[in-house]
Design a protein around this ligand. Sequence first.
Ligand code: PLP
Length: 392
Amino acid sequence: MKQNFKHKLADQTIDKKEIARLSQWLLKYKKLTIGKKTEQFQKSFSKFLKIKNSLFVNSGSSANLLIAQSLLEAGYLRNKVIIAPALSWVTTITPFLQLGYKVELCDCNFNNLGLDLDHLEYLCKKVKPSAIILVHVLGHSNDMKMLMKICKKYKIVLIEDTCESLGSKYNKKNLGTFGLVSSFSFYYGHHISTIEGGMACTNDAKLAKIMTSVRSHGWLRDHSEKEKKQLFKKYKISNFQSKFSFFYSGFNIRPTEINAFLGISQLKKIYKIVKIRNRNFNLYKKELNNYYSVRCDTENLSSFGYATLVKNRDEVYKHLLSKNIECRPVISGNIAKQPFWKNMHKKHNLPNANLIHQNGIYLPNHANQKVNDIKFICKEFKKVAKVKLVLY
Ligand SMILES: Cc1ncc(COP(=O)(O)O)c(C=O)c1O
């Protein structure tokens, strides 16, 4: 039976006032399929992130799918080999598998839960990938300086799955603006929510155009008149045929105007949300100073949850449940240990991800938590949790 936790892992960010404004607006609005509100949300998001193009879609998973397909359509990859983190989310990886990419898993690093750079270089030499997708796990930045160097050295396209780290920065630059393209999620419990929703962002104009088309069946309706004319001429498409002509192998992963309406209003709250999540993280770190904690220097850390390691995880889990505190595994743990992967692929040597898989746990962090909530969670955690040491 589903438990209604007093200390939820994640919480609603859409408040009653926003729902009231949405209801009023809905009474007047005639067409709720993709339109002006989506454009407005995309513009505000680009401004916030400091990026040229943002494409709103119906989930973070769809943003990854859109990226995986559009990179192929753009001809930006010399092969279909991609390196992905073993410690990631299932739909960071599955879009690539579904589209026929060969996915190689890279181990994680204990300082930042991102990619282990030694293993990454080893894989770059061994499998010669044309792309890397990384995840900034629970808001923590990868070592972007070193990663960018590796990408440059091996001429690799970088994709950032930023679905857990909206608002975090590295060297004063927003995560999600380092790679060629990045994805965000606005699912319930993420930093901001549009009910369901996601964003794909890039500074690359060609890729942005292709993504706009791939998002909507592969047609050109969102292209300028000049661009359409050129392509119709090139492919000898009559005016009549042009109404239903498709240039890319696309999906329908569009959001609705309802989601965009919420996105515009949610984005206004992001600074406040990041501040509280950051305060929460630091409080956990102080209270749980005997236990493992992520140690990287993410500026503005927009924490998604507090990850730590314990020897007796089942015992801790049971105790926290009994105290009405929700907790979870550190996202996928080692993805190679997930049933969907185990059935399809060879064995891997991913020791760090294995340790996270066996001993990792993450504790609630959201913008509705009070200082006393976190103190209570830490007090209960410490009553049973046995320290699991890691060598950094
Ligand atoms: C790293 C990561 N990527 C992708 C996703 C998928 O986002 P969505 O739930 O919006 O499909 C999530 C979801 O939590 C995630 O954590």
